[in-house]
Ligand binder design. Structure first.
Ligand SMILES: O=P(O)(O)OC[C@H]1O[C@H](OP(=O)(O)OP(=O)(O)O)[C@H](O)[C@@H]1O
Ligand SMILES: O=c1cc[nH]c(=O)[nH]1
Ligand SMILES: [Mg+2]
Length: 217
């Protein structure tokens, strides 16, 4: 697969579509434990898909019967997550990339009548120099949270390869990210129809942070 690229999970039939359907369903969404677990499951599946693009080295393994060789991942990526909604999705990535370093960003959307602005308040990360960086955020709406997060993270070094993973994206957000970050690979659960006037994704699933962790005051 040539990089940079865009991959959309629900364009092929798999059990992942069942998980995405449950994430969207207003009745099943009431079960926040199931909502978080489905976010995590999509994280696990996209982590597996991204893992097909990473580098492996052969390693000799001794079983109880013989020596054998397997291709093993030595170059663990750095996983960067946008709080809060990103947490269960991040956990899914961490389940597969278990030795990855993690970065956390507190970014939230400030809504007013005309536009969405994003505040990036808190940022902690390991060195990104020469690393594969996977930015994970379940909702790619306007794309501003992810683009500002990426730009803010560059103070920790220049990654050699960057992937963005989202569960649901809007066409407007994808276009914005591709214009601002042309070398970034996109891995999506679903690419939806549009943004509404409040910059929510339609059909989308609603407010991912609230569904995972409860309504804000
Ligand atoms: O593409 P954008 O228009 O920037 O919107 C996407 C952002 O919105 C959500 O977070 P939100 O601001 O709702 O915070 P939360 O996780 O605390 O709910 C989501 O997790 C993204 O970070
Ligand atoms: O549709 C959207 C847009 C931003 N954040 C969400 O949680 N949902
Ligand atoms: Mg939210």
């Amino acid at each position: 697969m040539a990089l940079p690229m865009i991959y959309i999970l629900n364009q092929e039939p798999s059990v992942a579509n069942h998980f995405i359907a449950e994430l969207r369903d207003i009745h099943i969404q009431k079960d926040s434990l199931r909502f978080r677990r489905n976010m995590e499951r999509i994280g696990e599946i996209l982590a597996y898909k991204i893992s097909t693009q990473l580098n492996y080295v052969p390693r000799q393994i001794r079983t109880s019967l013989a020596l054998t060789e397997e291709q093993t991942l030595t170059d663990f990526p750095v996983l960067a997550t946008v709080l809060r909604a990103g947490l269960p999705f991040h956990q899914g990535f961490l389940n597969y990339f278990d030795q990855a370093g993690s970065a956390f960003v507190a970014a939230y959307r400030l809504e007013d009548s005309t536009e969405i602005n994003v505040n990036v308040d808190y940022l902690v990360a390991p060195s990104l120099s020469g690393k594969v960086l996977i930015l994970v955020d379940p909702m790619l709406a306007t794309g501003k949270s992810l683009v500002l997060t990426y730009k803010a993270m560059l103070r920790f070094g220049e990654p050699r390869q960057v992937h963005i993973a989202s569960v649901i994206a809007s066409p407007e957000g994808v276009e914005y990210v591709q214009n601002e970050l042309p070398n970034v690979n996109l891995w999506l659960g679903a690419l939806d129809e549009k943004l509404n006037e409040r910059a929510y994704i339609v059909p989308g699933l609603g407010d991912a942070g609230d569904l995972a962790f409860g309504n804000k005051l």
